[in-house]
Design a protein around this ligand. Structure first.
Ligand code: A3P
Length: 294
């Protein structure tokens, strides 16, 4: 089946979106959560798939090992807001999940999360990644992903990212909105892509603690090995090679997996312009990102 034309961005309650993530809005807002549902949220390109796989292995790696080799990650951890031609909407995929807990992926900014998630006090894992690398990763992703708007050239993309005219809106609003929510809703584990790169085992331990899981040291070490970049890149059940909305001749979904790849894309002038703008937008001193790790 031929893919439809790339979608246009439009303003949706103050956030740039495309119809693939708003068409099913009523069902998304009326989504009925269960108390043990786990919501995994992030701005796009923060490492959501990486953490999806970690969560799936932590919960089902031992009890349902066949799931890892037979069901693609986007079906194991469905995206709440997606509606894609010829696929069931995310809400329906989630309703059909037979596992407990249900692992649910989302990129929604905090103000769009269905009421029921808060009412049921669901556990939420939020993954954040520094803006400079997120921008580069998002640019490469939109080049290859036909269900996203045409990214245009790098310099116009750079400006548009700073203006927040991206699918799921402004990176700055997204990471800040979720950070602020953590102050009033303690059931959020806010984690960073850079920390995962630095010490995946330590971050797996923190996740286990948050989720109340007690796995053996051997099992955690096995999971750490499974989710390494090269392993995931070559694993067809997690590298999205079975998702037909992407053109793998243009780029890869699991592409570089580095902190600091932005240096290969930003000019010196762009980096300075970005930093100046960043200082104006990121006022909360308690929320700090690393654009490189030593
Ligand atoms: P790059 O494009 O910078 O390589 P998401 O899943 O939220 O869309 O995030 C995708 C980003 O996470 C991509 O970044 C991808 O390569 C990176 N990623 C996925 N799995 C990873 C892993 N095991 N280790 C490091 N980075 C990973």
């Amino acid at each position: 089946m031929e893919l439809p034309a790339r979608p246009e961005l439009f303003d949706f309650h103050g956030v740039s979106m495309t119809h693939y993530f708003t068409d099913n809005w009523e069902n998304i807002q009326n989504f009925q959560a269960r108390p043990d549902d786990i919501l995994l949220t992030s701005y796009p390109k923060a490492g959501n798939t990486w953490v999806s796989y970690i969560l799936d292995l932590l919960h089902f790696g031992q009890t349902l090992p066949e799931r890892q080799t037979s069901i693609p990650i986007y079906a194991r951890v469905p995206t709440l807001e997606i509606t894609f031609p010829s696929l069931q909407p995310g809400t329906e995929l989630i309703d059909k999940l037979t596992t407990s807990p249900r692992l649910i992926k989302s990129h929604l900014p905090v103000q769009f999360v269905p009421k029921s998630i808060w009412e049921k006090n669901c556990k939420i894992v939020y993954v954040a990644r520094n803006a400079k690398d997120s921008m580069v990763s998002y640019f490469q992703f939109e080049r290859m992903t036909k269900i996203h708007p045409e990214p245009g050239d790098w310099s116009s993309y750079f400006q548009r990212f700073m203006e927040g005219k991206m699918v799921f809106g402004s990176w700055y609003d997204h990471v800040n909105g979720w950070w602020k929510k953590k102050q009033t809703y303690p059931n959020i584990h806010y984690m960073f892509y850079e920390d995962l790169i630095e010490d995946t085992g330590r971050e797996i331990d923190k996740l286990c603690c948050f989720l109340g899981l007690s796995l053996s040291a051997e099992e955690k070490e096995r999971i750490r090995g499974e989710v390494q970049f090269d392993k995931m890149k070559n694993n067809n059940m997690v590298n999205l090679s079975t998702f037909r909305g992407m053109d793998f001749k243009i780029s890869s979904f699991i592409r570089k997996g580095k902190v600091g790849d932005w240096k290969n894309h930003y000019t010196v002038a762009q980096s300075e312009e970005f930093n100046e703008d960043y200082m104006k937008k990121m006022k909360d001193p308690t929320l700090q990102f690393r654009t490189q790790i030593c």
